[in-house]
Write a protein that binds this ligand. Structure first.
Ligand code: PMP
Length: 355
């Protein structure tokens, strides 16, 4: 069929399952178990539906200004999008236009190679070391751009600002994107490096630490020049990415810093307790600074645990891929959800031991 020859064929990204069943323990997509800031609920309750008739502000200025104020940057340094997936996708399209390959770790967010494919960007993956760490020297070679999450996903490993700075110093001619989707759970943001490097783009999201995965808000902060280029591309694709409700809810979340800090603190506390509990059950994992653990069991196969948990209505994430197949990625839930997970794991491990 001739028309099929002209199709942009891609193998799409596979998002985590969103099961329809009720009463499950959902620890598979790194959602936040706590509700968003109460101010967001107030926005929803008081929302004037007459507004729906009108187009939203194409600049989402109210949200951009609130982000700029929160992070101590100028509004011209902020780009907003429909989740950080949209922001990263726009960043790939805007900044990765070289014949040289872009670089990212071999074990990382599995959307990067999909965007590279859809935009026809050549790429090479750079192996993490045996402890899942980035070796900055590996990035000191010709490239068309660099992207990595910090903390990394699905490992949860946090790299130091020193490592990031080494990569920036070796790459003055490339855009370096640091995807900080999980930075608020104990990481140190690369934002202060923006004062020294105008080729750095820091991307964050409201999906995890602000409990707003369902409304879709992500943002990038970089030099005004970089953000200007991203906006040129965005306004060449779709001007109205952010709707009225999203803009207002996002601003309401940012207005409540104590609530945000409290939620992140609770997750960090539960995560640290989970490390102890899982270790006592024979699991090991790289030290995570994210809202998930990347855990492998000393004797029982990860795929078997994954299936057995699912039968007990507990969902975690497992990939049948090189290097990571022995691991489960377990999102940190509430203490009650984690207690259910531990009970199920104890049960499963007992069963497996008796086989
Ligand atoms: N980056 C990383 C590393 C992620 O794990 C995710 C979540 N799937 C995202 C970006 C995108 O999240 P969102 O689009 O919800 O902001």
């Amino acid at each position: 069929m001739s028309w099929e020859n002209n199709i942009r064929r891609v193998v799409p990204y596979t998002p985590g399952e969103q099961p329809k069943q009720q009463n499950i323990v959902k620890l598979n997509t790194n959602e936040n178990p706590y509700p968003p800031a109460p101010g967001a609920a107030e926005v929803l309750a008081g929302f004037d539906t007459a507004l729906l008739r009108k187009y939203p502000d194409p600049n989402a200025q109210m949200l951009v200004d609130a982000i700029a104020k929160t992070y101590g940057v100028r509004p011209g340094q902020v780009f907003v999008g429909v989740g950080s997936d949209d922001v990263l996708s726009m960043a790939f399209m805007t900044f990765f236009n070289s014949e040289k390959p872009i670089l990212f770790p071999d074990v990382t967010y599995s959307f990067y190679d999909v965007w590279a494919d859809v935009y026809r960007i050549p790429y090479e993956t750079v192996p993490l070391d045996a402890d899942w760490r980035i070796r900055p020297n590996d990035y000191a070679r010709p490239n068309g751009g660099i992207v990595f999450p910090n903390p990394n996903a699905p490992t949860g490993v946090l790299e130091s600002l020193d490592t990031i700075e080494q990569i920036l110093q070796a790459n003055p001619d490339s855009i370096v994107i640091v995807d900080e989707a999980y930075i608020d759970f104990g990481g140190v943001s690369a934002l202060p490096l923006l004062d020294k490097y105008d080729n750095l783009l820091v991307v964050q999201t409201f999906s995890k630490s602000r409990s707003m995965a369902g409304i879709r808000i992500g943002f990038a902060i970089g030099s005004e020049k970089l953000i200007g280029y991203m906006n040129d591309v965005k306004f060449s694709v779709n001007s109205y990415t952010m709707n009225h409700l999203t803009i207002q809810c996002g601003a309401a979340s940012l207005a409540d810093e104590p609530y945000f800090r409290d939620c992140c603190g609770r997750i960090v506390k539960t995560r640290e307790a989970a490390k102890e509990k899982l270790a006592s059950m024979g699991f090991s994992f790289p030290d995570s600074k994210a809202n998930f653990l990347f855990a492998t069991h000393e004797t029982v196969d990860a795929g078997r645990i994954f299936e057995a948990l699912k039968q007990r209505s507990i969902f975690v994430r497992h990939w049948d891929k090189p290097r990571i197949a022995p691991y489960l990625r377990i999102t940190i839930g509430t203490d009650e959800e984690m207690a259910k997970l531990y009970a199920a794991l104890e049960d499963i491990l007992r069963e497996e031991a008796g086989k």
